[in-house]
Design a protein around this ligand. Structure first.
Ligand code: H2B
Length: 121
């Protein structure tokens, strides 16, 4: 595991993103698009991401539309992409797309709620 502020090369970033489907590297950030069923869900997603970011002390740039949230991560202090970005990206992914397992006691929402948006490339 590299040092916490070691930045990854473009090739290393692409290699790491293989394990984060839907995430892409653009404009110096790793990014992800989530689609939602509308403004209330969008705001819940923003809050869920915001909570994790504050707990981690690592904060994304968010672009918020009615039915879409775009998350962009980089490590400002290191001026690049570090392990911090990959770790919090995994956390956001798990939280944003989490649903109860099939057969679980929890039924899960029947709304479209949050789903994967297409990568912008
Ligand atoms: N978030 C991100 N994305 N990059 C940083 O360098 C960073 C951060 N630094 N959140 C943190 C907060 C720093 O400003 C505080 C003081 O720990």
């Amino acid at each position: 595991m590299p040092d916490k502020e070691t930045t990854y090369s473009h090739a290393q970033i692409e290699e790491r993103l293989q394990r984060l489907p839907g995430w892409f590297y653009e404009g110096g950030s790793i990014q992800r698009v989530y689609e939602t069923d509308g403004w209330p869900t969008t705001l819940m997603l923003v809050n869920a991401i915001g909570f994790c970011a504050e707990a981690a002390d690592h904060h994304p740039d968010l672009t918020v539309s009615w039915g879409r949230v775009t998350v962009a991560l980089s490590t400002h202090s290191a001026k690049g992409i570090t392990e911090k970005d990959f770790e919090i990206a995994r956390m956001f992914e798990n939280v944003a797309l989490w649903r109860p397992a099939a057969g679980a006691a929890l039924r899960g929402t029947s709304e479209k709620f949050v789903r994967s948006g297409s990568p912008r490339r």
